[in-house]
Write a protein that binds this ligand. Structure first.
Ligand code: AP5
Ligand code: MG
Ligand code: ZN
Length: 215
């Protein structure tokens, strides 16, 4: 049983670490970014609305995002825990999440803040490649696939995310600094913030996370 949030700037490695964490703790991985991207792919109304903001590197409006996240948290597989990746991202979202959890007699075990320095973040975002079929994430330099442009898992083509151009990536980082960084103090104030150095090998980062949050 683990109820946790992965906090961290765009490119900090939330998705990369989430894959490992959900496997170890056997909990669902809930990424609001992934939910939006899935809706864009299926061209749903939600997808159309979210896309407008995502392509500019802006946040999708709070009310829409909170609705999506809390609806997902009501599903059965979240009864014994969850890993939230990329939600909440504003103090308002965090307050609404707290209200939701309280109403359902639940509380967060911890909030993992993965920290990486600014220029490394830009290099990670602009070099990221994702599989258009299974979503696996690679990096042209840091974590290259065995064969260039091809997914190691399923053999499909690797593509770049629409919001990973340098310009949009920089905007996402400034949006993060303005709107999401205040959550560090918010959760510090609740005494549940765990700070992790996100630089270095992904396995090392994962061992630090597992060591800090325990079994
Ligand atoms: P979202 O999909 O959440 O994107 P993000 O927060 O910008 O984070 P990323 O997915 O870009 O980075 P990550 O930390 O997962 O890094 P990754 O592991 O891939 O959100 C996208 C958009 O959706 C937002 O801009 C917004 O519009 C909207 N949205 C989503 N949630 C919202 C919310 N709550 N409210 C409002 N709007 C919302 O790694 C990055 C790269 O680095 C990869 O190439 C990877 O291979 C590499 N890498 C990872 N770890 C390492 C390592 N240790 N060393 C070297 N390279 C590494
Ligand atoms: Mg991600
Ligand atoms: Zn794949």
């Amino acid at each position: 049983m683990l109820r946790t949030i992965l906090l961290g700037a765009p490119g900090a490695g939330k998705g990369t670490q989430a894959t490992r964490i959900v496997e170890k703790y056997n909990i669902p991985h809930i990424s609001t970014g992934d939910i939006f991207r899935d809706n864009i792919k299926r061209q749903t109304e939600l997808g159309m609305r979210a896309q407008e903001y995502m392509n500019k590197g802006e946040l999708v409006p709070d009310d829409l995002t909170i609705e999506i996240a809390t609806t997902r948290l009501l599903e059965d597989d979240c009864k014994n825990g969850f890993l939230l990746d990329g939600f909440p991202r504003t103090v308002y979202q965090a307050e609404k999440l707290d209200e939701f959890l309280k109403e359902h007699g639940q509380k967060l075990d911890n909030v993992i803040d993965v920290e990486v320095e600014q220029e490394a973040l830009i290099a990670r975002l602009t070099g990221r490649r994702i599989c258009k079929n299974c979503g696996a994430t690679f990096h042209v330099i840091n974590i290259p696939p065995k064969e260039e442009g091809i997914c190691d898992n399923c053999g499909n083509t690797l593509i770049q995310r629409d919001d990973d151009s340098e310009e949009t990536a920089r905007n996402r980082l400034s949006v993060y600094a303005e709107q999401t960084m205040p959550l560090v103090d918010y959760y510090k104030g609740q005494g549940i913030l765990v700070e992790i150095d996100g630089e270095g090998d992904p396995e090392k980062v994962f061992n630090d996370i597992a060591g800090a949050i325990g079994d």
